[in-house]
Design a protein around this ligand. Structure first.
Ligand code: 4AD
Ligand code: MG
Length: 427
């Protein structure tokens, strides 16, 4: 059997092949039927001529319905002008004739599409987004492996919180009291860094905060990286190199996807290290000059993150925040936390949060007390400051925000296969 994928049609010009896929569009002009077929790898038009196929095959063409699965035998031909290949149908069979497909050509509301997410995933734009997401994942692994990182998975069920600030999903854990779904693997990676030097994890994380914005999911994928003997500045350099590499991979590997998404690759090609840096105080000043009513000491809201990137083409690091509004584990320098948020251009908001970690035992005890965190639960974490403590730093990115930025898609709910939000857990 000569079954081929549509992405490989160019290698079979003039040959008879079999393809298997779904008909996502079709029309007929009397004696000729045009079927638009998707097979997962790509898209192609298949043309059936009543005069050239059997009566049975023509009956299939006449009875076609949207999203029917089909097996088609035919000859591969090239479009006279474009780099497109089509199939001249010799035989056509239903694998299964689809019932009336709920997603049609008319405009559907987001709620309807999200309820039908299991089907919506087949739409060209959604197909393209998931493939860009896949490139971002693979590029991350490739970059970090080349930099000498080890992937070390962090637990999802945890006895305590990591950030201490955001709300957590809580559950009863047998006779041991409460357990929580992890909001970041960071603290465990710090232990890993003391064994391997450079480690990362990449997995689902959970936040029960009641944020109903286009940048928030209750379940999302985070990549955390942690590096021993790295300070704050070294961490920022690594972050901008990582993001530049990911963008470059998307631009080279996802040309077709970006075209479907109407995402201008020229915009992405400008994302090259180094990125700009502003201190928190400089950022507040700039925001106030731009007309924001934000006050020194306040966290940046979504609108501020969009405003400060008004004319920016590259991401921006906002670094050295007032320690009071940042997490307990961040190392301090003159009352400021040695941390940075990386803000993406075009209103995609914060994509990375990171910091140098407090590596001094006594300081860490003080921080835990200030934040009213239970010292006992953090004994293991404190041990890392007792047995060969070293300066170390790390960061985490949100996969959905990063993918949304690459795709030029404003709402993160389209960048995860099955989004979980405070008002949605189906399908
Ligand atoms: O800034 P965050 O909260 O940082 C941490 O959790 C650190 N412990 C990471 C580390 O240092 N290893 O989260 C990191 C990133 C954010 O910058 C954002 O991109 C994403 O995770 N993120 C979310 N994405 C979707 N929905 C949410 N509710 C998110 N919350 C954070
Ligand atoms: Mg953050």
């Amino acid at each position: 059997m000569n079954w081929v994928y549509l992405k490989d049609l160019k290698d079979h010009l003039g040959e008879e092949v079999i393809i298997k896929g779904w008909v996502y569009n079709f029309r007929s002009s009397g004696k000729i039927a045009f079927l638009q077929v998707r097979d997962g790898s790509d898209f192609a038009q298949c043309v059936a001529d009543e005069a050239k196929v059997s009566a049975e095959a023509w009956k299939v063409a006449v009875e076609m319905s949207l999203e029917s699965s089909v097996e088609i035998t035919g000859n591969v031909a090239k479009h006279p002008k474009k780099e497109e290949y089509e199939i001249q149908v010799a035989d056509l069979k239903f694998i299964q004739r689809s019932e009336e497909y709920p997603i049609g050509k008319k405009e559907h509301g987001e709620d309807f599409l999200l309820t039908n997410r299991h089907l919506w995933l087949r739409a060209p734009k959604q197909w393209a987004i998931q493939r860009v997401r896949n490139t971002v994942i693979n590029a991350t692994y490739e970059f970090l492996n080349n930099e000498g990182f080890i992937k070390m998975d962090s637990p999802i069920l945890t006895p305590t919180s990591c950030e201490g600030t955001t709300e957590l999903f809580e559950m009863d854990y047998f006779d041991l009291g409460k357990a929580y779904l992890s909001q970041s693997g960071q603290l465990y990676l710090e232990a890993g860094a003391m064994s391997h030097g450079k480690v990362f994890d990449f997995g689902p994380t959970f936040r029960a905060e009641k944020s109903k914005t286009r940048r928030h999911l209750t379940e999302f994928w985070m990549m955390d990286a942690e590096m021993a003997f790295f300070d704050h500045a070294m961490s920022l350099e690594l972050q901008e190199k990582l993001i530049s590499f990911i963008v470059e991979q998307v631009v080279t590997k996802n040309k077709k996807e970006l075209e479907i998404l109407e995402r201008d690759p020229e915009v992405l090609k400008k994302i090259k290290a180094p990125f700009d840096r502003l201190t928190y105080h400089e950022a507040i000043k700039k925001l106030q000059d731009l007309g924001s009513d934000i006050k020194d000491g306040e966290d940046l809201g979504n609108d501020d993150e969009t405003l400060i990137m008004k004319d920016a083409e590259k991401p921006l690091f906002i670094e050295k925040w007032p320690a009071e509004i940042k997490a307990f584990y961040m190392k301090r320098e003159g009352g400021l936390a040695l941390c940075a948020d990386m803000i993406a251009p075009e209103g995609h908001g914060e994509i990375i949060g990171g910091s140098q970690r407090e590596d001094d035992y006594d300081e860490m005890i003080k921080r835990l007390k200030e934040h009213n965190l239970p010292i006992d639960a953090f004994n293991w974490y404190l041990d890392l400051r007792k047995y060969g403590s070293v300066p170390h730093a790390g960061f985490g990115f949100g996969l959905e925000r990063l993918t949304g930025w690459m795709c030029g898609v404003k709402h993160v709910r389209e960048t995860i296969p099955f989004p979980r939000m405070i008002n949605r857990i189906y399908p």
